[in-house]
Design a protein around this ligand. Structure first.
Ligand code: SF4
Ligand code: SF4
Length: 321
């Protein structure tokens, strides 16, 4: 039952198809749960009062892992990863290893006191920015993320544009992330991207590269909201009914691992939040996987995985088809 798993973080039986890993190319790291926002859909349950933070030793291990495994992409998330006191040092060291850097950035952090350095730092290190903007309507964004978040996001995106982000030929990639406000599947990514581009350019002069549409996962804060509104059954039925087997080869867990702030490893960020260890076995540290062979390993799946395969599919890089 997804309800139990979602709320209590316990693994549960599922009829989701068994899947296995391909080659590992991406290390996704959650630097901690501290965030300047506390969004209603946040599957991390991040917020301004969270104190969990990755320690230096785990960051050192990650850099060792990147070298040993020939990792191509380092994808940092949180919380707001930029709020980690060692964010700049860690990203700078990773850049020196030649890895492609990705920052899952809540753009409002740029508008917070003490964070004016963020856009310049990201540009100097050619970090791909994946910025959350769940809607181009101010009302919807503020309802999901908090009052004033839309205006702050617009101001921040403009600053990124000024430095070249989203501008053709700049080499600075700015992707936006959309997730539905209500418990529905995201609309077709191409159509919505065209709408976002037109609206943001016309109204605010904002440009960006791609829009990633991501389904809300029925876990953590979003699961609590669904249970409170007695809509969990409806949402799970929607995800199951929309399951498409052709999305299975593209699910993100095939090529990435997700590391929590304590250095434990999971098949993806969602499994991390459910405390479902890599492969579904016992908890394992990144330190113990430096020389591991990942291809062919079983992936720990649960009912929540239907959130990745429903409709056009959903991954940290948006729709799958
Ligand atoms: S900005 Fe992102 S990490 Fe922060 S509370 Fe919102 S969804 Fe969670
Ligand atoms: S939820 Fe995680 S483990 Fe399940 S299919 Fe999606 S990425 Fe893979």
């Amino acid at each position: 039952m997804i309800h139990k798993q979602a709320v209590a973080g316990r693994p549960a039986p599922t009829d989701f198809p068994r899947i296995r890993r391909d080659a590992l190319h991406t290390l996704q790291m959650n630097l901690g749960y501290l965030c300047n926002l506390a969004c209603t859909h946040c599957h991390v349950e991040a917020g301004p009062k969270r104190t969990e933070m990755m320690d230096r030793e785990t960051m050192d291990t990650a850099l060792e892992f990147i070298q040993a495994q020939g990792i191509r992409n380092l994808d940092v998330t949180g919380g707001s990863p930029e709020m980690h006191p060692r964010f700049r040092e860690f990203m700078g060291r990773a850049k020196a290893l030649g890895v492609h850097l990705m920052d899952r950035c809540n753009p409002t952090i740029i508008e917070e006191p003490g964070y004016a350095w963020v856009p310049q730092f990201l540009a100097e290190h050619q970090v791909e920015v994946i910025a959350s903007l769940p809607c181009y309507s101010a009302d919807n964004v503020d309802a999901q993320r908090g009052k004033g978040v839309f205006d702050a996001s617009v101001a921040a995106l403009r600053k990124l544009n000024t430095l070249g982000y989203g501008q053709p030929g700049s080499g600075l990639t700015l992707n936006l992330v959309y997730n539905p406000v209500s418990p529905t599947l995201p609309p077709p990514q191409d159509t919505l991207e065209a709408d976002y581009k037109r609206f943001l350019a016309d109204k605010f002069g904002i440009v960006f590269d791609q829009l990633f549409t991501i389904a809300n996962m029925p876990i953590k804060r979003y699961a609590h909201m669904l249970l409170r509104e007695k809509r969990m059954g409806e949402y799970m039925a929607l995800l199951r009914a929309a399951h498409r087997g052709e999305n299975l080869p593209g699910v993100m867990c095939r090529g990435l691992i997700s590391v929590d702030y304590q250095g434990y490893v999971y098949d993806c960020d969602f499994n991390q939040m459910l405390e479902l260890p890599l492969g579904g076995d016992t908890a394992v540290y990144l330190r113990d996987l430096i020389d591991a062979d990942f291809a062919g390993r079983a992936i720990a799946v649960g009912d929540h995985c239907y959130g990745c395969t429903a409709g056009q599919g959903s991954s940290c890089g948006g729709a799958l088809n």
